[in-house]
Design a binder for this molecule. Sequence first.
Ligand code: FAD
Ligand code: NAD
Length: 405
Amino acid sequence: MRKVKIVILGAGYGGLMTATRLQKAVGVNEAEIVLVNKNSYHYETTWLHEASAGTLHHDRVRYDVKNVIDTNKVQFVQDTAVEIKTEEKKVILENGELEYDYLVIALGGESETFGIKGLKEHAFSIVNVNSARQIREHIEYQFATYNTEIEKKDERLTIVVGGAGFTGIEFLGELGNRIPELCKEYDVDYEKVRIICVEAAPMVLPGFDPELVNYAVAHLEKKGVEFRIGTAIKEATPEGIIVGKGEDETEEIKAGTVVWAAGIRGNSIIEKSGFEAMRGRVKVQLDLRAPGHENVFIIGDSSLMINEEINRPYPPTAQIAMQQGETCARNLAALVRGKNELEQFKPDIKGTVCSLGEDDAIGVAFGKKMVGSKASFMKKMIDNRALYMIGGPSLVMKKGKFNIL
Ligand code: FAD
Ligand code: NAD
């Protein structure tokens, strides 16, 4: 009898969680499982702000996919998905194509630039290992070059971070620790460096607990961060950015580095493949399937679910992507066994912790607010838990964070 063929696209949080749970839930005689990923490695997207600032080497944030899957049960294909032809039940890859009976799209998100002029050309985004490594190298290059120039350009040492959401704030926290090290290494006067965070909304971390936000702002300001709140980036140029102040007024901020951390959208393959989407994210059914596509599951940052309590979408997080992966694996196992009643996904939000550098953080976990070393400890536990969920204790031993104060 022909086995059911399941193709999982993406070995991020959602895809790896699906693959590692599915390999346990179905037997080799029941289904053929294929996992496709662009790289041979998985990276912890949630640690990329550290690799970008240079406070953690990029090799620490990644591990081989083959180390965490059972290769007797899951076939790993290193390739890039280009398009999905749902009518033909086929995925077009850069180097071939794959047919499927069931498909899981777990390709993560992409930086959302909202069509703002010059951002794609002149700003960096924290999206994967390659971009993180490039940001780290670029900042270091600015420091290394500064003292070699006869006419010193102080703006070389200005770093603009667009967006004071969780990504922007976590990156600023790392920069706060990294800049003094760079100043020392390259004999640069600390007073010459500027770190400016530009946020369009009237507050930092819009919607988060105000008491915790005040703590974060005060601590980041102490580390030298200047906040420009209620100020939107309107354009990026080779010299820096143009921001809007009020209705018609604009101001130029010259900067050697601009990092855009002001939001994400779903993977571009979603729209290219004809799925109905909002900013590249498909509003999936409660069983995680795409409406009108009974054999296609979409999870993680390329999916969208509404939190009925507040009538707004759940934020795209690793926490949710991993939980969706677990449900998705159970639903696939049910379908393989001919059951049509599928589990409905309900996120179990345990909290949110935002790091402010290696030694500091703010957060709410299990309903309790926390700051400082306690929150930082919790953040490292969350990071280690993600490793444990996918690769068990051996992965935690290899990649875990144990520098707990
Ligand atoms: P990802 O984990 O991003 O994985 C997508 C995978 O698909 C990647 O391996 C990628 O290489 C692969 N891929 C992409 N395109 C292709 C293609 N065309 N072909 C083949 N493979 C492809 N969330 C939290 O819950 N807690 C946090 O503390 C947190 N911190 C964050 C910090 C930062 C700096 C950032 C940027 C995000 C953070 N998030 C956090 C959000 C979280 O990282 C994402 O929501 C999560 O990674 C989404 O998981 P995913 O499985 O959808 O995609
Ligand atoms: P976000 O959408 O949460 O925040 C983007 C910020 O950029 C917003 O505050 C927005 O007002 C601002 N912005 C938008 N346009 C702007 C402009 N033109 N100029 C200036 N500011 C502008 O995006 P994010 O921070 O990248 O987070 C993405 C997802 O990842 C979220 O779901 C977040 O919860 C999650 N995340 C979680 C953590 C954590 O739990 N520790 C860390 C990082 C990211």
